[in-house]
Design a protein around this ligand. Structure first.
Ligand code: SF4
Length: 404
């Protein structure tokens, strides 16, 4: 992939305004309360939301349906402050990646992948992070190896979508701007259901007609299976659900996705069914099953048959993800032939099964495949580094034995 690297830093400007109230990430009710608190009518909230989210405007003086007096007042009291972009990469094939520096100096990544035809108004899917690092330590996952640092705030989560949309608005007059990101997946760094309230609030803004106005089928939350929170989610919001499954039996899933020891497959599948069939009449027709293809680990014909049996009563689409190796990863990507053979078995069992295209191998967008840009500050990161050094030393010793 050809990449234009664009270093970006605007921390000085951000620092100037951090003592003001950040309106980015406030719900409609919170914004209405803010306007009431400064002696204004609550409907100002929807006016300002449209400027912030639909036109990407941060300068109150550009909000032309607001009086000059209120513009000045907002300028003094408030700001619209997205997370700081440390750098961004825009590829020729339309893929875009941002590295954000969030409060405390940690870095998180966001990736946008357009449909293959890369049309200006075509599908563009943004993969959003919900945490700095991740506590769940899935064995195939780069993010998991870095340990968990902290949850992202609502404005840091929604700010990723705001910045991605903004990147299509540069050089367009404020009133002519429009959002071009069509789909969002909460599938970047972190387990979104372990940062529940901010994630649900951010998705509410994504769906809100006064904010991003995305359709509920175009906002997807991907979970590794935090079962109790899946039941909460079914009640709280209507979005598409994806499950990072990656293994068709408990023994293997315990190893690949250790949270499975706490919430095993029978509980996970039951919660997924409840998500589809719950009493909420608005709800969804299927879940998406994410399955990373690891050579010789979870990709045999037998595994495919087990997967078909496991999912037989769960309306589901299966997305096979060729593994994107990262430095010192203990796995390799399954061959294309193996992935197709696996997919054929699932198709024959009646499932819709897709194989994720790897658009630009250096842009890694699956759950847990965002490459480590988090400032490693955890003991797990240290342990992972030590295990790599041990393995390297063992290899050196093996080499010495062979030389003898
Ligand atoms: S795969 Fe997802 S849930 Fe698992 S460690 Fe990585 S980021 Fe966390």
């Amino acid at each position: 992939m050809q990449v234009n690297k664009i270093p970006v830093m605007d921390i000085a400007k951000s620092a100037e305004i951090t003592d003001k109230i950040n309106l980015l990430g406030m719900s409609k009710d919170e914004l209405a309360a803010f306007f009431v608190s400064i002696g204004e009518k609550p409907f100002r909230a929807t006016q300002v939301m449209k400027w912030i989210y639909q036109f990407g405007v941060t300068d109150f003086f550009e909000m032309s349906n607001i009086s000059k007096k209120l513009q000045q007042r907002l300028h003094e009291l408030a700001c619209v402050l997205p997370p700081v972009v440390r750098y961004k990469e825009f590829s020729q094939d339309g893929t875009r990646k941002w590295v954000f520096e969030v409060a405390g100096g940690s870095l998180v990544e966001t990736v946008l992948i357009p449909a293959e035809d890369n049309k200006q108004f075509g599908r563009k899917t943004l993969c959003i992070s919900s945490q700095v690092g991740c506590a769940l330590d899935c064995s195939f996952c780069s993010t998991g190896k870095q340990g968990f640092e902290r949850d992202l705030t609502l404005s840091e989560i929604i700010g990723q979508l705001w910045v991605a949309n903004q990147s299509y608005m540069d050089d367009v007059p404020a009133t002519k701007r429009q959002n071009l990101v069509t789909n969002v997946v909460m599938m970047g760094m972190g387990e979104p259901l372990l940062n529940y309230e901010p994630v649900v609030a951010a998705m509410s803004l994504m769906l809100d007609d006064h904010a991003f106005g995305l359709s509920k089928r175009r906002v997807t939350l991907s979970t590794s299976g935090i079962v109790p929170k899946m039941y909460d989610l079914a009640k709280d919001i209507d979005v598409a659900l994806a499950i990072s499954l990656h293994a068709p039996n408990d023994t293997l899933r315990d190893e690949l996705v250790p949270i499975n020891k706490k919430y095993p497959l029978n509980e996970l599948i039951k919660a997924a069914k409840a998500y589809i069939y719950d009493e909420n009449p608005r709800h969804k027709k299927h879940v998406t099953i994410e399955y990373v293809m690891l050579a010789g680990v979870n990709d045999s014909d037998e595994h495919a048959h087990q997967l078909a049996a496991l999912l037989k009563d769960l309306p589901s689409k299966i997305n096979l993800i060729p593994f994107n190796p990262f430095a010192h990863a203990p796995y390799q990507r399954s061959s294309n032939n193996r992935i197709h053979a696996f997919s054929n078995i699932l198709n024959q069992a009646g499932f819709v099964c897709t194989i994720r295209q790897t658009r630009g191998d250096d842009i890694d967008a699956a759950c847990g495949q965002l490459v480590g840009q988090v400032a490693d500050r955890t003991r797990r990161a240290k342990k992972w580094q030590e295990s790599i050094e041990k393995r390297q030393q063992a290899m050196l010793l093996d080499g010495a034995d062979i030389a003898k």
